[in-house]
Design a protein around this ligand. Structure first.
Ligand code: GDP
Ligand code: MG
Length: 187
């Protein structure tokens, strides 16, 4: 037939099934551990020295609850709080707002980020996924932010809340990112 040759000679690409994607931005003041958490999630390893000014985007093919998803991560590096948030507020589906449990100032910084995201996504549907992350759980001895303070802040902004450590087990860190995907899927 007219199409016989085409059928035998061409490999017809599979139709694009529109792979599911989830864009996740990590926000928080310098030193809270955004890059350490990002690297831990991507490599299962804790890298202790990471250029504090480096902002980058990474991609990882993940399987969450037996379903594939292309996770894109933006590891942000703001100098002075959420002043230039245009680059991530429209890009991200989910926001991990990170503080360090041993640093009160980093916790106070989270409120600024939560306010900025809330303000800039007002009226947008679906609502962005917000997750508050208390990092450096291994620094319990030097804790300046109680767990209940974290719970309270999270409930005020309708966030999920987790305490983790970038230098302890991988599964807990992976779970935070996977929860972001699960929440995004629910919307
Ligand atoms: P960022 O500015 O938010 O990207 O923070 P970094 O990821 O660069 O981390 C800042 C500092 O905190 C670095 O010295 C890291 O080694 C350290 N750090 C990050 N996460 C943890 C953690 O979970 N526990 C401890 N003890 N140190 C951490
Ligand atoms: Mg960083």
């Amino acid at each position: 037939s007219k199409f016989g040759k085409i059928r035998t000679c061409n490999i017809v690409p599979a139709p694009d099934r529109g792979q599911a994607e989830c864009n996740i931005a990590l926000l928080g003041i310098t030193g809270s551990g955004k890059s350490a958490l990002t690297v831990k999630f991507l490599t299962k390893r804790f890298i202790s020295e990471y250029d504090p000014n480096l902002e980058d985007t990474y991609t990882s093919e993940e399987i969450v609850d037996q379903q594939p998803v292309l996770v894109k991560l933006m590891d942000t590096a703001d100098q002075d709080g959420p002043v230039n948030c245009g680059r991530y507020v429209t890009w991200a589906t989910a926001f991990l707002v990170v503080y360090s449990i041993d640093n009160r100032r980093s916790f106070e910084g989270c409120q600024q980020y939560l306010d900025a995201v809330t303000l800039h996504t007002r009226g947008i549907q679906p609502k962005p996924v917000l997750i508050l992350v208390g990092n450096k759980l291994d620094m319990e001895r030097y804790r300046q932010v109680s767990k209940s303070d974290g719970v309270d802040l999270a409930s005020r902004y309708s966030c999920l809340f987790f305490e983790v450590s970038a230098c302890l087990d991988f599964a807990s860190v992976q779970n935070v990112f996977h929860e972001a995907v699960r929440e995004a899927r629910r919307e």
